[in-house]
Design a binder for this molecule. Structure first.
Ligand SMILES: Nc1ncnc2c1ncn2[C@@H]1O[C@H](COP(=O)(O)OP(=O)(O)OP(=O)(O)O)[C@@H](O)[C@H]1O
Ligand SMILES: Nc1nc2c(ncn2[C@@H]2O[C@H](COP(=O)(O)O)[C@@H](O)[C@H]2O)c(=O)[nH]1
Length: 216
């Protein structure tokens, strides 16, 4: 695994980049753009019991499962975290995350504050958390309506929860106000780059410096 500061083949530990926000602030949009721009990070595909939206693909956007399948996965401890959000279950399958991190790859999570708290409670050293805020409540509602993928009553339900969800912003390492998507993407990439360059994540650095000091 190489890092991004010009030194190649220096091994580093993978990190877990978590994005949370009130529904409609732009997590999914930002995640897709980040994944398109960065080949060292992969999406954690969650399981959910909610209905598939038009255009969503099973196994790509989510794994769509029924409630009894989800409960079975809880019992078998197959989730790294799970929560009930807007009346449906959502959970992060554990195995793909463990595999990616072990291979030194980064994992991107689009999960709510409850799931983030569970990961934090497990003391995951590789956690980097980002909360995304909309520029205004009006913009948030406009985004949910123009996304045009949920019925009006679902949009109203999500708007009713937004204030509660936004109260969790101080629990996160970074906070972005997603006004302009290009600026937000650039800020997110800056966070990722800085976090990757942290000394403790560059586990191959000691060997590299040793070789340098020996004149190799
Ligand atoms: N900076 C932005 N400016 C204008 N529109 C945006 C911006 N970011 C996202 N959007 C639009 O807002 C809508 C909601 O975005 P998105 O689906 O990414 O939100 P989300 O936070 O993932 O929501 P959810 O939690 O419901 O999955 C989409 O139609 C998207 O194109
Ligand atoms: N705790 C978890 N929350 C999750 C997970 N996957 C998605 N989510 C969050 O649910 C809401 C609603 O998502 P939507 O796709 O129905 O709009 C949103 O806040 C997601 O971040 C998960 O695995 N665990």
């Amino acid at each position: 695994m190489s890092n991004d500061n010009g030194t190649s083949a220096i091994q580093r530990r993978g990190l877990m980049l978590v994005l949370s926000s009130p529904s409609g602030a732009g997590k999914t949009t930002l995640s897709r753009q980040l994944l398109d721009n960065d080949n060292q990070i992969q999406l954690s595909v969650s399981c959910t019991t909610r209905q598939k939206r038009p255009g969503e693909r099973d196994g790509v956007d989510y794994r769509f499962v029924d409630t009894s399948t989800f409960r079975g996965m809880i019992e078998r401890k197959e989730f790294l975290e799970y929560a009930e959000v807007f009346g449906n279950y959502y959970g992060t399958p554990r195995a793909p995350v463990d595999e990616a991190l072990a291979a030194g790859r980064d994992v991107l999570f689009d999960i709510d504050w409850q799931g983030t708290q569970q990961l934090r409670d497990k003391g995951r050293a590789d956690l980097v958390t980002v909360f995304i805020l909309p520029p205004s409540t009006r913009d948030l509602e406009k985004r949910l309506l123009t996304r045009a993928q949920d019925p009006k009553e679902i949009v109203a339900q999500r708007m009713a929860k937004a204030a509660d969800e936004m109260s969790h912003w101080p629990e996160y390492d970074y906070v972005l106000v997603n006004s302009d998507i290009a600026t937000s993407l650039s800020n997110l990439k800056a966070i990722l780059t800085s976090e990757r360059l942290k000394r403790e994540r560059q586990v191959g650095m000691s060997g590299f410096v040793k070789a340098l000091r020996e004149g190799r």
